[in-house]
Structures are given as C-alpha cells and as structure tokens.
Design a protein around this ligand. Structure first.
Ligand code: FE2
Ligand code: FE2
Length: 184
C-alpha cells in the first residue's frame, strides 16, 4: 500500500528546497568566515547564527516530507559564491540570495495550488511569512550600513555597527504584527 501523500512533483520540489536551504546555510557560513577574517567579529556572529536558522529551515522541509509519507533526498550542495568585495557587497548579495529563495518558495506555493495539495499549500505559507522576515532582516542591515556611511563609512562607525550586529536579534518585528499592546 502506498501511503505517500505527496505527488512526485511536490516531493521533487520540496527536495529541491532542502538543497536550497542547505545552500543558503553555506552562503551564510562562507560570508561569516569572510567577515571574521576582515575583523568584523560581530557581523560574523550574526551570519553564523543565521546559517543555523537556514539549517533549521532545511530540517523543517525534511520533517514535512516524512510526515506526509515521503522520502527526503539529500543531494550535493553547490559551493558558495566568491567572497564579497566589501560589507555593502556582502549584504547586497545576501539580500539577493534571500529574494532568490523567496522565488523558490513561491514555486512551491504555485505548484501546491495547481495540484490542489492544500496540506503543502498550508505548509508553504509558513515559509512565505518567514521570507518576509528574512528579507526585512537583510534590508535592515543595508539601512544600518547606509546610516553608518555605506562605502565611505569610517572605521569608527563600522566598529559600532559590528558591535551592534553581534548583539542584534535574529528576527525582526514586522509592522503587521504590532498591536496597541505590543507596538514594535
Ligand atoms: Fe531559509
Ligand atoms: Fe533565509
């Protein structure tokens, strides 16, 4: 008896997402290692913590496939791209990676909708929400760097930025979650 509740196409796209989240984790690891070598220990710490978050996303997809009677497939992951040229480049590339991942999530939502697989559609909504948060997190990094002076930032302002990011929260508050009781 076949108890797999996922279609072949859905299982395939979810398996691709496992690889994508693992690749995202590698990107954060590699940028973190670059940041540390440039002397930005706080930013490295921020990126390393985020690498862990991407791994958790990977596990979340694996668990969903298993819950539905499917079989997660672990594939080779691509090497992360070259070191960024500077912090601006680092944050911009990170942002592009997140947008690319959002597009992949939308692909899952589209397919689930097409197949009327409402369980997967519902599962993917968590990631839709998560990606809003992730994109905002990196937008905030770009904003902070801009205020610090962008490419012309002084060593002193970069020092302060690095320290602040080392202690920054891993997630960002979103406007739609604010309430009068909790006006973040
Ligand atoms: Fe992710
Ligand atoms: Fe992400």
């Amino acid at each position: 008896m076949n108890t797999n509740r996922l279609s072949k196409k859905i299982e395939d796209i979810l398996n691709k997402q496992i690889t994508k989240e693992a690749e995202a984790s590698q990107v954060y690891l590699s940028y973190g290692s670059w940041a540390d070598s440039e002397g930005y220990g706080g930013i490295a710490n921020f990126l390393f913590r985020h690498a862990q978050e991407e791994r958790n996303h990977m596990m979340k997809v694996m668990q969903y496939i298993m819950e539905r009677g499917g079989r997660p497939k672990i594939s080779a992951i691509a090497a992360p791209s070259k070191d960024p040229k500077n912090l601006q480049d680092c944050f911009e590339k990170t942002f592009n990676h997140e947008v690319d991942n959002t597009t992949a999530i939308y692909g899952i939502v589209n397919l689930a909708h097409e197949e009327k697989d409402w369980a997967t559609y519902n599962f993917a909504q968590w990631f839709v929400k998560e990606q809003i948060e992730e994109e905002k997190l990196i937008m905030d990094l770009l904003d902070k760097l801009k205020i610090a002076g962008g490419l012309k930032a002084s060593n002193e302002s970069l020092f302060i930025l690095d320290k602040a990011l080392g202690k920054a929260k891993d997630s960002v508050p979103l406007a739609r979650e604010a309430s009068s009781d909790n006006p973040e």
